[in-house]
Design a protein around this ligand. Sequence first.
Ligand SMILES: Cc1cc2nc3c(=O)[nH]c(=O)nc-3n(C[C@H](O)[C@H](O)[C@H](O)COP(=O)(O)O)c2cc1C
Length: 199
Amino acid sequence: MTKKTALHIISSARESDSYSKGLSMAIVDKLARKHEIDTVIERDLTKGSPPFLNGNLIGAFYKDPRSVNEEERRLLEYADSVVNDVSSADILVLGTPMYNLGMSALLKAWIDQLVRFGVTYGYDENGARKGRLNGKKVYLAIASGGKLEDWPNTKEFIASHVSAVFNAYVGTTEIHTFRVEGTAMPGFQADYEKILENL
Ligand SMILES: Cc1cc2nc3c(=O)[nH]c(=O)nc-3n(C[C@H](O)[C@H](O)[C@H](O)COP(=O)(O)O)c2cc1C
């Protein structure tokens, strides 16, 4: 069997209390049990936050790599490590809490380090945008205190955002979303097996 690697991204700081981490770990475990992956690279973003974009880094992002100077090379180190992690993975398992209807700022900052013109996407001779890190699968694990069914569809921002970014700027079209919902409701108990029964 071909060796397959999963990159597991954790973005809730609540450690073993975190439901998004519990769900993303259950996804990793199930994929391993089904022999869909045999290697897991784990990155806990709470142990070392991705840097926020700033003017110098954005400048370095758009510079011809051949003319990047020493200082810019240093600024690009984190972004390059994210690109390496994603490039070497077949499957991405992204865990995020819902904060104020959106994804965790850590996960957003990580995505901002990943996406780069000329690296994760480019344009073909007809001017059409093409993602360059093709053929990967993304499993998105979202934990929320409330339930999506209590909101109008237009208020879904996490899966729609992650799918749009990975489709447009990375080249990943296969995205599966799983949700552990109602974590703030009285008597809540997580049943990851049930949530993942179709995985
Ligand atoms: C700052 C903050 C904002 C939150 N915003 C929302 C929200 O907009 N909608 C919601 O359903 N739950 C919200 N919650 C609840 C979390 O989504 C819930 O506690 C979830 O389990 C967090 O993920 P975790 O268990 O992986 O840490 C929020 C929690 C915090 C701390």
